[in-house]
Design a protein around this ligand. Structure first.
Ligand code: ASP
Length: 607
């Protein structure tokens, strides 16, 4: 029998004997090879050859498996996760080196390997290889559930698409025809809707998407979505399917049974008021509530210069000893984590400690009435931290408030400092009823739809208004219009989102032209979609989950880079192949391009 693998850890036992580990091709197991100069005619040459070989070099070996003489130890796992086979060893009879492994390449456990050697990071990192394996299993499980059990058709949509103002900044692919370019899809949104009008009732795809956006917050310029769309379907139908997919993934890959029943639902407005975030981590507790009516004016003035601000309060249970909580507060306030809250132009947080030895239990600044209200509403206990924060008294438009960010920062810091144990488990929640539009000035990083109405679509311009009343608001008060849009959130991470779509061309045109104020030329960019909707397109709804993020969440990884074989750096570069690369003069000529040294809009913002 020929075995393939990598050599490792030679141990010479005198002149005539060497033990060497052969590591399996998947780097999961190792077995001891015994090489003796006394074995047969070629023994001496074989021993010399083995001793000359580099550690980690690939080889093909032949030998005889033998039960080990001494009582086998239980299998050992070395620091790189390789499990040794202890019962058998192989008496080597033949060895063929398949390549060398030079000494200047070091992959020993504990070596810090830079991203430009991603191949070595993967080879050294069992966790990384395991993540890639789980990811591969996840494809299979999802296909089994959706395509085999639930009659979805997997369809590839083109990657060479065209530029349309869907929302995110696109990557362009110039062609050899002067002035013409494809755009890489920011999502297969338009094609999947076209499929709905094409008589494909259930579509799914593991879709590669490309967005030329700000790479903050662990985003990749190219990423994979689990993308689906269903004809004759409502938001509820889509949510039910996704819940089934999540359940089966958790069951088959993590051996975790998620509780029966639907995931909880939380309208956007409630998520923002209760948790200060549209992707709340429900495991943390610390609900936020509004308070200002009962508060003394002096206290409000102390925490904010705003006129008539909204003031919110929450408690964080740090310790039942006020002294400890005080220590926690001091170290938090001295840490860089507190800086954004200190510098909040709407006001710094007011921080109090519930301490029975102090007047009004440490809430004296609240005055008697408000202190009583806070005690009752927050069910305060000795040592609790009470936080007040002011914000503009205006409808929520963004994804997070200062109080929401502070809630996360305080919990994170408390966990890091050992005041709390890390939150565990998985808390799924659907955030629903998002506003259909936001003021376009809100997100400078995204171009939106470029309309003149000062609005952009919160999700994308194909999302349907939720009810007939919302349709009525389209022209009169669009910012009040609620979308039939849902995001799936788990443990404070947005896994993805979707919506019921506009399926009638007149409504789609109204939104593009009259509500968003897009020019005729831009509306024309969507002509294909409008034509398709006109051709009796059925009602439909869909969703896309960020597949990289989904796998990262399943594995408890902080970064999607830990579950992508070849991720881009924070600057959008692949450090291994060194992309992007400069175009040659020849390429520029071929694509009729010219490099102009102007500072781009993006650069200007980033610096
Ligand atoms: N195309 C959307 C996105 O990428 C998802 C969807 O609405 O299905 O966010």
């Amino acid at each position: 029998m020929i075995l393939h693998g990598y050599l490792r850890s030679q141990r010479n036992a005198g002149k005539s004997l060497t033990f060497v580990e052969l590591v399996s091709i998947d780097l999961s197991h190792s077995i001891q090879l015994v090489v003796s100069s006394k074995d047969g005619a070629g023994g001496e040459g074989l021993l010399a050859r083995v001793r000359a070989l580099d550690s980690d070099a690939p080889v093909a070996v032949t030998g005889t498996a033998k039960q080990r003489a001494e009582k086998p130890a239980s299998p050992r796992e070395d620091p790189s996760g390789i499990v040794s086979v202890e019962e058998f060893e192989i008496r080597l009879t033949h060895l063929q080196p398949l390549n060398s492994f030079p000494k200047d390449i070091i992959i020993a456990e504990g070596t810090n390997i830079p991203p430009n050697q991603r191949h070595l990071q993967i080879r050294q990192g069992k966790a990384l290889r395991d993540a890639l394996k789980l990811r591969s299993h996840a494809y299979v499980v999802v296909r089994e559930e959706l395509c085999r059990r639930r009659h979805f058709t997997e369809i590839e949509t083109p990657l060479l698409f065209k530029s349309t103002p869907e929302g995110a900044r696109e990557f362009l692919v110039p062609t050899r025809t002067a002035g013409e370019a494809y755009a890489l899809p920011q999502s297969p949104q338009q094609y999947k809707q076209i499929l709905m009008a094409s008589g494909i009732p259930r579509y799914v795809q593991f879709a590669k998407c490309f967005r030329d956006e700000d790479l903050r917050a662990d985003r990749q310029p190219e990423f994979t979505q689990l993308d689906l769309e269903m004809a004759f379907a409502s938001a509820e139908d889509v949510m039910t399917i996704i819940e089934a997919v999540i359940r089966v993934l958790w069951h088959k890959l993590l051996e975790i049974e998620l509780p029966n029943g639907s995931f909880s639902r939380l309208p956007y407005q409630d998520a923002m008021s209760l948790y200060g975030s549209d992707k709340p981590d429900l495991r943390l507790g610390s609900k936020i509530s509004r308070l200002e009516y009962a508060l003394p004016v002096d206290l409000v003035r102390m925490i904010s210069d705003l006129d008539n601000p909204a003031v919110e309060v929450m408690k964080v249970s740090i310790s039942d000893d006020p002294q400890n909580t005080r220590k926690f507060v001091t170290s938090f306030m001295d840490s860089p984590e507190a800086r954004p809250f200190d510098q909040n132009p709407d006001g710094q947080p007011g921080i109090f400690i519930y301490d029975s030895r102090r007047p009004l239990s440490g809430l004296q600044a609240f005055g008697f009435e408000a202190a009583e209200q806070v005690e009752e509403r927050l069910e305060l206990e000795e040592g609790d931290l009470v936080v007040l924060q002011a914000r503009r008294n205006a409808p929520f438009t963004s994804g997070s408030t200062a109080m929401g960010a502070l809630r996360l920062a305080l919990h994170k810091f408390a966990v890091a400092q050992g005041y709390m144990s890390p939150p565990s488990g998985f808390e799924f929640v659907w955030i629903t009823d998002f506003p259909l539009f936001k003021p376009s000035s809100m997100d400078a990083a995204e171009p939106g739809q470029g309309g003149s109405a000062g609005l952009s679509s919160n999700h994308h311009p194909f999302t349907a208004p939720k009810t007939a009343e919302d349709v009525d608001l389209l022209l009169s008060d669009p910012l009040k219009c609620v979308a039939d849009h849902y995001d799936l959130v788990v443990n404070g991470v947005e896994l993805g989102g979707g919506s019921r779509r506009i399926h009638q061309h007149a409504m789609q045109e109204l939104i593009l032209r009259d509500v968003l104020g897009m020019s005729e030329a831009r509306v024309e960019d969507f002509k294909h979609l409008i034509e398709v909707l006109r051709a009796g397109c059925p009602p439909h709804a869909g969703i896309a989950l960020g597949f990289d993020r989904l796998i990262a969440v399943m594995l408890g990884k902080e970064s999607v880079r830990d579950v992508i074989a070849f991720p881009k750096s924070g600057k959008g570069e692949d450090m291994l192949v060194k992309s992007p690369s400069r175009m040659t003069a020849e390429q520029l000529r071929t694509y009729h391009l010219q490099v102009q040294e102007v500072k781009s809009e993006v650069d200007g913002k980033g610096n």
